[in-house]
Design a protein around this ligand. Structure first.
Ligand SMILES: Cc1cc2nc3c(=O)[nH]c(=O)nc-3n(C[C@H](O)[C@H](O)[C@H](O)COP(=O)(O)OP(=O)(O)OC[C@H]3O[C@@H](n4cnc5c(N)ncnc54)[C@H](O)[C@@H]3O)c2cc1C
Length: 409
């Protein structure tokens, strides 16, 4: 629960302000409060736990494996950071039923090979299976010999809604304040070397500000002449009321990613709401934080139902809910973690999670807190700065497809 303006007792200066309290911003609040206690203020445009952004859902995939070394170096720390939240709260946030990756031979071999090479490089233990081995371990799959799979035991899910709430509550427990329904409409330099953050509830000042505003990142940054080239897409995730839910609990079924030639399909075991969950990665249409349809795409649902019928029929059941949700992606789909030094605002720190950041939300919060308080982070984030072609060349072509560019979706 957020604080009210009265809870601030008339205070208008906090050394550190976080703009946007979704997954990453709540992580920043949690880690900042460890370093700066009550000198931390979080400002959130909507009410806490709203569903307008990218982070509010019961489960998100977490995994060690990324094909890119910049992420491979960070993924072990994602688990450690969530463990810190679990230890302090006494609540479980991460579950590790294991993760299966599967593909049809000859169709996306290069993708499977990239992931396997990455696991070898990083000494991540994994198994490679043919279709029989896959079905021996998980009889829920019904795949022919054309399928190959890998299994990595540490992968699983992170309960995002819980993670966000714990981040905020634990930060508040250390004296941090959080105002929701309080959109920031301007960031500016104050005359005394501080930063002014303007909201409908008045101005606040701080020494450092962290901008984790997701799909609205440019609305916040425009006041300091800063623009991050991002594509905001409206994604869908569907929960099925499978009558076979007992076969899809976290102790019986892994999370899985199916690399199809069109898209990656991802699926999660039953968690909290009794439903199986499935989605298409980056299949949605380009929208904005304020202009979107909120309407599930029937074509994507049909595609996912066809996939399930083919490879995992018992996963299916009546559609309980299709939730729409926003990806905010840089053109290379890599994180942005940097200050706005190019625009003369080295006290403004910005982070964009590029549509795959929930697993990193607590770690990114820690990184941002270190950048704010210590001026640098112990983690190697040099590959996520402004200084790369995707962010500096306006003609850089996105590495992902949007719905309108797809042939089948
Ligand atoms: C369907 C779907 C499935 C996904 N699956 C996975 C997965 O399996 N694994 C994974 O790791 N990641 C996954 N992701 C991606 C991941 O969820 C996001 O990258 C991450 O949650 C983004 O967090 P964020 O804090 O940047 O954004 P958000 O959660 O959107 O937070 C931004 C916040 O800033 C606030 N804000 C905006 N403007 C202002 C303002 N002016 N003033 C104050 N506040 C403001 C917003 O209201 C919002 O609360 C998925 C995303 C979607 C949509």
């Amino acid at each position: 629960m957020a604080n009210s303006l009265e809870d601030l007792g008339g205070r208008r200066h906090f050394d550190y302000i976080v703009i946007g309290c979704g997954g990453i911003g709540s992580g920043a609040l949690f880690w900042l409060s460890k370093k700066a206690g009550s000198n931390v203020l979080g400002l959130e445009k909507f009410e806490l736990a709203h569903e307008n952004g990218g982070s509010q859902d019961i489960s998100r995939i977490i995994r060690l494996t990324y094909p890119d070394d910049r992420y491979l170096k960070l993924t072990p720390h994602t688990f450690t950071c969530w463990e810190a939240v679990e230890e302090e709260s006494g609540m479980q946030v991460v579950y590790k039923p294991g993760g299966v990756t599967l593909a049809e031979r000859g169709k996306t071999d290069h993708v499977m090979e990239k992931y396997e090479a990455a696991m070898r490089r990083a000494n991540i233990p994994f198994e490679t299976w043919d279709n029989k081995q896959l079905m021996e371990r998980y009889p829920q799959f019904t795949v022919g010999p054309e399928f190959q799979a890998t299994f990595q035991k540490d992968a699983g899910l992170v309960d995002a809604a819980l993670g966000n709430a714990l981040h905020v509550q634990l930060a508040q427990g250390r004296g941090a304040k959080v105002l929701d329904n309080c959109p920031v409409n301007r960031v500016a330099k104050a005359s005394n070397g501080l930063i002014t953050v303007s909201t409908p509830l008045g101005d606040f000042t701080c020494k450092k500000v962290i901008v984790t505003a997701g799909a609205w990142i440019n609305q916040v940054l425009s006041s300091i002449g800063c623009h991050v080239p991002v594509y905001v897409t409206e994604e869908n995730v569907t929960y099925f009321g499978s009558p076979h839910m007992k076969e899809f609990t976290k102790d019986k079924f892994p999370m899985f990613i199916y690399h199809t030639p069109i898209n990656d399909v991802y699926a999660l075991p039953v968690h909290v709401n009794g439903c199986t969950k499935i989605g298409v990665d980056a299949g949605g249409a380009v929208v904005s934080g304020d202009k979107r349809t909120w309407t599930p795409d029937p074509k994507r649902l049909e595609f996912l139902q066809d996939v399930c019928k083919k490879i995992i029929p018992k996963f299916l059941g009546p559609v309980v809910k299709t939730k729409t949700c926003l990806y905010t992606m840089t053109p290379d789909r890599d994180f942005l973690i940097d200050t706005c030094h190019r625009q003369g605002f080295s006290d403004v720190i910005v982070c964009c999670g590029a549509g795959h950041a929930y697993k990193f939300a607590s770690l990114l919060g820690k990184i941002l807190s270190e950048m704010a308080v210590d001026g640098q982070t112990q983690y190697d984030v040099s590959g996520f700065s402004w200084d790369r072609e995707a962010l500096t060349n306006p003609n850089f072509k996105p590495v992902f497809q949007m719905a309108s560019q797809k042939s089948k979706l």
